[in-house]
Design a protein around this ligand. Sequence first.
Ligand SMILES: [Zn+2]
Length: 434
Amino acid sequence: MTPAELEVAELCAELIRVDSSNYGDGSGPGERAAAEVVMARLSEVGVEAHYSESAPGRGNVVTRIEGSDPSLPALLVHGHLDVVPANAADWSVDPFAGEIRDGYIWGRGAVDMKDMDAMMLAVLRQMVREGRRPRRDIVFAWVADEEAGGVYGAKYLTANHRELFDGVTESISEVGGYSLEVDPDLRLYLIETAQKGLSWMRLVADGTAGHGSMLNSSNAVTEVAKAVARLGSHEWPLTLTPTVRQFLTEVSDAFGLPFDPENPAPVLDKLGPLVRFVGATLSHTTNPTMLSAGYKANVIPGQAEAVVDGRFLPGYEDDFFKTVDELLGPNVRREFVQHDIALETTFDGALVESMIAALKAEDPTARAVPYCMSGGTDNKTFFADLGVRGFGFVPLRLPKDMDFAGMFHGVDERVPVEALQFGVRVLDRLLLNY
Ligand SMILES: [Zn+2]
């Protein structure tokens, strides 16, 4: 085994043992202690890194390995150090003990995404120790706050330390690169090339306040309730973006199914639990999530509010808001609670070729397919702020029966040690050869 294969599991466990839960309100422990683990492991091999805090305890680490060919643009490899909280009572292990047993590393962050944080570290350490240089500059970034929108992490870094990313044109990070076994001779590796956009909307209706016993033709609660019902029950039409169409075509072909664009359900069935990543990428969605109005049973309030979580397809943002506004009607207005872009890039070019080559070298049955995910990652920030073309590529060869999607933010989150060892072999090839 290579040095990176030998140490990657322990590096991952070491990072899991640092509780870096992000509650989204600044009350968590922060990422500083996890960043210090990264800094210590870098300094062991003589690598200096930039460390900065966007707020007390919110640590970010960035370092650059110089390539042999300065004419090539740089590649960014980024991972977030924060994790979502874990309720220990629900787990069969301590979520922050970093236990390694039965061939798995257990704990919060095992797949999201201290696995990649550790793989980045292991590959970088091996590269430096063996005195090998990549062709292009590789910028490694371990950042804070991805789980709460990246304000203290990716957004802070691109706004305040832009020079760290000079020359970067492409990036890889979560969520993609994992395998879906079709049969022993064919594994699909899902590489994320697109992400839906996000629009959390506050709906507000203004009406006439008054006594609950009297006639009232302008009731704000009624108006907001009708708009919420229209948005929540709207059946958004099936809309296949280029990425989703290519994904469904490839998956159909791999499973020997005909692909009917009007009825993709049989193809989606073949994905098993992974459908959670892609099931919501065939249409826009609008899910009402919050309601608030009123303070007393016999007082009609002058205003009522609701919040709707809207997710729109890349390339169809205008279409989405046009329909939303029609559904809202004239008596309800909307404001953004949060708005984030959608992303879509093509599945081609030298980086894609290099990812495919690195996968195939380590798994001859590999077939890479692009996909769109319904959530978002820090790639959005790096694209929006720096124009970086991002991919989800954390290479993991997974056991056939593993519910990988269920591990994300899930109970008993864990990752196979062998998957990480596979991952560092692929990543090492990619980073050195690209
Ligand atoms: Zn993540």
